[in-house]
Design a protein around this ligand. Structure first.
Ligand code: S3P
Length: 429
């Protein structure tokens, strides 16, 4: 990977018209792969996510003792996962946090490490409630490296203060190894892929409940199959379409889980012409086609209760807000500060480099619309979603925008640059 490689983006001469096909959804790919530890039989996954994070989950399974065959986007996972080892979670928070829950109640000893970004992210939020179930987890100043020593777990009730699918999933997964019942409730609903794979339902008080019997639903046949395309990657095409007049972009076989489709709701409310249709259910998830048409938007509003449903899409929604009419307001973005970078600061800095006025007050962000975007050199801080969002911004600037370290986008969407090159008829890399 050349450190001095850059992506150069110009305003396209013609609308972006065509079909794109992001690979398998990252959250679903990682879960279906990691949950293979519940079976020795072969789990075969098609259209597995192509991003580095999805590969990270597979490398961890290999380190645990699984045989993992990778043939393009078809993955076959087989055998047992009973080795004690070091697990390098690289940039993947989902892999690290889900593994904490998956390993805490098993026999063995593991050390979880990560790259510089992951090593800065909070892990106490997962370790502390797991310890209340009997887990033995030692963190390093609240972060990775984490040493996990398998222990006998007992069920517990967790009434969480933050809405995090990674945290919720870790606790539910630990509950599959714990004596008795584990109950987990979060203030606002975050993505529910773990619950869908486990076939769970919420009780009248809003708690998800698990016990070791629930692990029976994680069989080779229930985990195997096709993974729908990544809805968070798709959001960047909404960004591209909203910034380039006349664009019409179609995405088929797309994950349409309502807890992930918040960006569609937010944009449609602002006047976006986005049509979508659920066509079938795959692995418990709704899947269908989305057609995104360039539209004149009014300002975007995201209230605090909507944030978990758009948590990964705030960077691209902020970019779209810069060309919408009026001032957009996004509330309570505190969680953005502890993502792959401090995304709140990154969004404000990069937008201001491109001549867009923003204001951060507390954890709220305002973005002034009707902006005339100016080309800039963007340092994405190693954060894939910042690189991808500002590549979209570059499509509306008059001169050439440079994205430094474009390879960081490979964490979730390695094909983005070539898809953008062909849709916009320019060589961006
Ligand atoms: C994810 C959950 C979200 C999201 C991340 C993937 C998951 O994080 O930001 O990209 O797959 O569970 P939090 O659960 O910490 O909000």
């Amino acid at each position: 990977m050349a450190a001095d490689r850059v992506a150069r983006i110009r305003r396209p001469r013609a609308p972006l018209i065509g079909t794109v096909a992001p690979k398998g959804d990252k959250s679903v790919s990682i879960r279906r792969a990691l949950f293979s530890i519940f079976t020795k039989e072969q789990v075969a996954l098609d259209n597995y996510g192509s991003g580095e994070d999805c590969l990270t989950a597979l490398l961890c399974l290999r380190a645990l003792g699984k045989r993992v065959e990778i043939q393009d986007s078809r993955i076959e996972i087989e055998g047992s996962a009973d080795q004690s080892c070091e697990l390098d979670c690289r940039n993947s928070g989902t892999t690290a946090r889900l593994l904490m829950g998956l390993l805490a109640g098993r026999v063995g000893e593991w050390t979880l490490i990560g790259d510089e970004s992951l090593s800065r992210r909070p892990m106490q939020r997962v370790a502390e409630p797991l310890r209340r179930m009997g887990a033995k987890i030692e963190l390093t100043h609240g972060k990775l490296p984490a040493k996990i020593t398998g222990a006998r777990l007992h069920g517990a009730t967790h009434d969480l203060e933050i809405s995090s699918a990674q945290l919720k999933s870790a606790l539910l997964l630990a509950g599959l190894f714990a004596e008795g019942e584990t109950r987990v409730r979060e203030p606002l609903s975050s993505r529910d892929h773990t619950e869908r794979l486990l076939g769970l339902t919420q009780d009248a008080q809003g708690f998800w409940r698990v016990n070791p019997d629930c692990a029976k639903s994680l069989s080779a046949s229930s985990l195997s199959g096709e993974i729908p395309c990544d809805i968070s990657s798709a959001a960047f095409w909404a960004g591209a379409a909203m910034l380039v007049p006349g664009s019409v972009i179609t995405i088929r076989n797309l994950l349409l889980n309502p807890l992930r489709a918040g960006w569609i709701t937010v944009l449609k409310r602002a006047g976006a012409d986005i049509s979508y249709r659920v066509e079938h259910v795959v692995g418990g998830e709704p899947v269908g086609t989305v057609i995104i048409r360039h539209s004149q938007l009014s300002s975007l509003k995201i209230t605090a209760d909507e944030v978990p449903g758009v948590i990964d899409e705030i960077p691209v929604l902020s970019v779209i807000a810069s060309v919408a009419g009026g001032t957009s307001r996004f509330e309570n973005l505190a969680e953005l500060r502890v993502k792959e970078s401090d995304r709140l600061a990154a969004i404000a800095d990069c937008l201001s480099l491109m001549n867009v006025r923003t204001m951060i007050s507390g954890d709220n962000l305002s973005v002034e619309g009707n902006s005339v975007l100016q080309a800039a050199t963007i340092d994405p801080r190693g954060d894939h979603r910042i690189a991808l969002a500002f590549a979209c911004a570059g499509l509306a600037a008059e001169d050439e925008t440079t994205i430094l370290d474009p390879d960081c986008a490979s964490v979730s969407y390695p094909e983005f640059w070539s898809e953008l090159s062909s849709l916009s008829h320019q060589q961006v890399l």
